[in-house]
Design a protein around this ligand. Structure first.
Ligand SMILES: [Zn+2]
Length: 146
């Protein structure tokens, strides 16, 4: 699978967290082949006690997971979060991926009342603001699979 750290007109807000592939947008993780742990970010240094973290490989997570828990925020996310959009109210939640790792993120959903635990969610690139070159600076976000 071909992976790209940037695509035309889009720049990641922070490096090494996600990428674009010929099969869509994906979160970058890492897997320990000794103990089976997954990490996010993939470079996260902490590890399971008793495992030496010597057999870790970079992997991409599945594009979809299930909503594990969430809450609705009625105020804007504080700095360093930055966006040009008035997003409140918005969801923030944990999505459990088939690999067994749960990842937190903002939930961009037109109908927040439709959120239900266990529902299928997909990760996508959310444009936060434009940089001086006119590129969308993006982060990851979740939305329900229609
Ligand atoms: Zn391990």
């Amino acid at each position: 699978m071909q992976t790209m750290d940037t695509v035309e007109g889009k720049e990641p807000r922070l490096p090494d967290l996600f990428c674009w592939t010929d099969d869509g947008f994906r979160l970058k993780s890492a897997k320990c082949n000794d103990c089976g742990s997954y990490f996010f970010p993939g470079y996260h240094p902490q590890h399971r006690p008793g495992c030496k973290r010597e057999n870790v490989e970079d992997v991409l997570l599945s594009p979809k997971g299930k909503l594990d828990t969430y809450t609705i925020q009625h105020y804007m996310c504080p700095p360093p979060f930055k966006t040009d959009h008035e997003i409140a109210p918005y969801g923030i939640g944990l999505v459990e991926f088939p690999e067994g790792i749960r990842i937190a993120g903002i939930i961009m959903e037109t109908d927040l009342d439709s959120l239900e635990l266990g529902m299928e969610m997909e990760v996508f690139d959310y444009p936060l603001y434009k940089d001086e070159d006119g590129n969308d600076v993006v982060t990851w976000a979740f939305r329900s699979v229609k």
